[in-house]
Design a protein around this ligand. Structure first.
Ligand SMILES: Nc1ncnc2c1ncn2[C@@H]1O[C@H](COP(=O)(O)OP(=O)(O)O)[C@@H](O)[C@H]1O
Ligand SMILES: [Mg+2]
Length: 312
């Protein structure tokens, strides 16, 4: 089966070919004989119900400094491609949400991965609240009194922006910290959104586990251990990746959320687990497949393409 595949992404010139999951998916697509197009979210246009984009035919190679070539820009009717990979990085802002509305005009006739309606409906931190018993104690609110009461109850807490990513704006507030009220004021002024407060999970010192689910089934995992003196495990801020396997509790978490992911067309998902607790369900542009493959976790890119091809 040779497919026409359009990849909506940040420009390929800037990817790290040894870490980027989108690049890995492009290489696997090429190996399967699929025809690739590259475009940016800003190139979309919807007119009279027809969704087009300016796209460039894309070729990829696992070669540093020579990892891609782009053909001449052409106008592409997105109803005429088989698959769209929606892979631009967050922020999950109104631009991101608008892109999901536009792509809904072609999905599912053109299979968009992940389903744009479901992506819009599953902001990564809020989505976890739909699965009771899996999240650590968590409060979402703009109310300072409720946040202070939550802190009094749990003593050691994490405060984070509701739509953040990459560890940005994540603070640990210890019991003796005197800056809490000030932090709330700054958060409220900066984000103008409810805040997420969570009980601090000391198990994070052993790592924050990324588990990849493909069509609702766990396919591989990676542990990320925060650097000394750092609360955040994200690889971008110095977290160290290490090989890992799934605990029984983690398998239960996957079983609990897997059917929902599959029903909602969330084919490529990355969840984050600290200790026994689910903290995030990443559906926008999850990463981690290259690291898992390098630790001997199998060919995840092939499994993702198998899942996509099985739906066509
Ligand atoms: N409840 C928690 N307890 C301990 N550490 C946490 C908690 N929540 C987040 N962290 C730390 O902060 C990092 C980033 O938080 P996360 O919720 O994953 O947001 P982001 O979307 O920015 O990655 C995590 O990888 C972890 O190291
Ligand atoms: Mg995270």
């Amino acid at each position: 089966m040779s497919l026409r595949v359009a990849i909506q992404m940040d420009h390929i010139s800037s990817v790290n070919i040894h870490g980027d999951s989108t690049f890995r998916l492009a290489l696997e697509a090429k190996a399967r004989g699929h025809k690739l197009y590259h475009y940016a979210v800003g190139d979309l246009a919807l007119k009279d119900g027809v969704l087009t984009t300016l796209a460039e035919p894309l070729d990829v190679r696992a070669e540093d400094g020579n990892h891609y070539s782009l053909g001449a820009r052409e106008e592409l009717n997105l109803a005429d491609v088989d698959v769209i990979l929606m892979r631009q990085d967050p922020p999950f802002d109104m631009g991101y949400i608008t892109a999901t509305h536009l792509l809904e005009h072609v999905h599912p006739k053109t299979l968009v991965v992940n389903n744009p309606l479901s992506v819009r409906n599953a902001p990564e931190k809020l989505f976890t609240t739909l699965f009771p018993g899996l999240m650590p104690p968590t409060l979402i609110t703009s109310r300072a009194d409720a946040l202070r009461a939550f802190r009094a109850e749990h003593q050691d807490i994490i405060v984070k922006p509701l739509y953040g990513n990459g560890g940005a704006g994540v603070f640990r507030v210890k019991p003796d910290d005197e800056n809490f009220n000030s932090l709330l004021e700054v958060f409220t002024a900066f984000y103008r959104l409810p805040i997420m407060a969570q009980r601090y999970l000391p198990e994070v010192r052993q790592g924050d586990k990324r588990i990849i689910l493909i069509d609702g089934k766990p396919a591989g995992a990676l542990n990320r251990v925060p650097a000394e003196g750092e609360a955040r495990s994200n690889l971008h801020v110095g977290g160290r990746a290490e090989a890992t396997t799934l605990t029984k509790r983690e398998q239960e978490i996957c079983e609990a959320i897997g059917p929902t992911l599959r029903d909602q067309g969330l084919i490529f998902v990355g969840i984050d687990v600290i200790g026994d607790w689910l903290t995030e369900i990443n559906v926008t542009s999850p990463t981690g497949i290259q690291e898992i493959e390098r630790f001997g976790g199998g060919n995840l890119a092939a499994q993702i393409w198998d899942a996509i091809e099985a739906k066509l």
